[in-house]
Design a protein around this ligand. Structure first.
Ligand code: ADP
Ligand code: MG
Length: 326
């Protein structure tokens, strides 16, 4: 089998339009690998295409083109093995309200053809800390408990890959922490975890690697520390005494990026560890500009995200380093 837990190549999904709306291109040629044993974050704003991607892996949505391999098994050619190797916690919580957590897990075990003796329902209830809710109706569980039950349900057939689609949407801080502990425990046992989120902090805290998706396109795919490394950047906004269109922009090999943000205003991005804002301003002056106004700010993951997501679809020279390296 391949080295990757999940291999996605040139994945395209076009939803047929319903009345009044045209077809919708939800995934536009997405390719990436999820390394085995990792906690992998798929980050992107609402509508980016995250659930579409997850639901294709789950066999709930038919792709338009491209290939997906789960633990080396093609979802078309080897559907059965692909399905056996992945457990998916969908974004929407759906249960029959009259089953108990124990029954939910037993039914799922039956669905996968696992004999009663081989089922792990009790163990899984314990793992998600629902042993005391064993016999409660699912409808009486809190949102966080339901989410944990769904995780147990996804793990019934002991897949090596667990996928969580927006696991903490609508979950309070305390429960979020519990969920993360659970994810950490499963990963420590060797489970490859993929989670989608639109929370930057969450992806940053949990994931070794983050892929960013926006408007159906992958715009970054990097180890988290590299993305966070981009936050060592600082931005100086400078207003000068003349129209920038008529003059060549200042340049220096240490500038990561320079862009005009108005007729006389530009933003220069640089690395704090390489130079100071004072040096940037000195360079601007040396290159013939009189400075009329200045402000500085630090880049954070939010900036990186906004920077990456806003650049898609613009001219190639507007593309960031990250997008090109993705
Ligand atoms: P995310 O999970 O990142 O929020 P989705 O994958 O749910 O994004 O949606 C991606 C895009 O596809 C959105 O524009 C959404 O409106 C559209 N979409 C999702 N499901 C359907 C569907 N069943 N039919 C038509 N369009 C859909
Ligand atoms: Mg979604």
């Amino acid at each position: 089998m391949s080295e990757a837990a999940i291999e996605i190549r040139d994945l395209v999904k076009e939803y047929a339009g319903s009345k009044g709306t045209g077809p919708k291109l939800a995934l536009n040629g997405v390719s990436f690998d999820v390394p085995q044993g990792s906690v992998f974050g798929l980050l992107g704003p609402n509508g980016a295409g995250k659930s579409t991607l997850i639901n294709i892996m789950a066999g709930l949505v038919n792709k338009t083109a491209g290939t997906v391999k789960i633990w080396g098994h093609d979802i078309d050619a080897d559907h059965r093995n692909a399905k056996l190797n992945i457990g998916i916690v969908p974004q929407e919580i759906v249960f029959d309200p009259f089953f108990t957590p124990f029954e939910v897990l037993e039914n799922q075990g039956g669905f996968y053809g696992i004999s009663k003796a081989m089922r792990r329902s009790e163990e899984l209830l314990k793992a998600v800390r629902l042993e005391d809710k064993r016999n409660a109706y699912a409808r009486t569980l809190s949102g966080g408990m339901k989410r944990r039950l769904l995780i147990a349900k996804a793990m019934v057939h002991s897949p090596p890959i667990l996928v969580l689609d927006e696991p903490t949407a609508g979950v309070d801080v305390e429960l979020r922490k519990q969920l993360w502990e659970l994810v950490g425990e499963l990963n420590a046992e060797g489970v490859t975890v993929v989670l989608t989120t639109h929370y930057l902090e969450e992806a940053e805290e949990l994931c070794e690697r983050i892929a960013i998706i926006n408007h159906g396109e992958l715009i970054a795919n990097k180890p988290t520390r590299e993305l966070v490394g981009m936050m060592g950047e600082k931005i100086v906004a400078v207003t000068v005494d003349r129209d920038l269109e008529d003059a060549a922009l200042p340049s220096d090999p240490r500038f990561h990026k320079i862009e005009t943000v108005g007729e006389r205003a530009m933003e220069i991005t640089f690395d704090k560890s390489e130079m100071t804002a004072g040096q940037v301003l000195a360079l601007v002056q040396q290159q013939g500009f009189a400075i009329e106004d200045v402000s500085t700010r630090e880049a954070d993951l939010e900036d990186v995200f906004v920077q990456l997501t806003s650049e898609v679809g613009q001219a190639p020279e507007g593309q960031s380093e990250a997008a090109r390296n993705a």
